[in-house]
Design a protein. Structure first.
Length: 89
């Protein structure tokens, strides 16, 4: 559970060299500091190279992807207003 009392999981699906992914990661880092949630990042290409291609197959053309509690929340950019609302619920 995070410091706001929520137990939501925020995951950013990324790939190396993706400037949009880097912007989304920076935005989520700022939001996580402000709102007190934990965010993790997963490189779909590294995961595929390690033998698990499922995430790259599903999301690879739409990166970055924000998952909230393992469900797609937004892609290509962070939907900050909706994320704030969903984290508060």
């Amino acid at each position: 559970m995070d410091r706001s009392g929520n137990s939501h999981r925020v995951t950013l699906l990324t790939r190396a060299g993706c400037s949009m992914c880097e912007r989304a990661a920076a935005q989520l880092a700022e939001l996580s500091e402000e709102l007190g949630f934990l965010v993790t990042s997963t490189d779909v290409d590294a995961l595929a190279a390690a033998g698990n291609p499922a995430l790259r197959a599903e999301f690879g053309d739409r990166l970055p992807v924000v998952l909230l509690d393992d469900v797609e929340h937004s892609y290509w950019e962070v939907d900050e207003d909706q994320l704030r609302a969903d984290l508060a619920s």
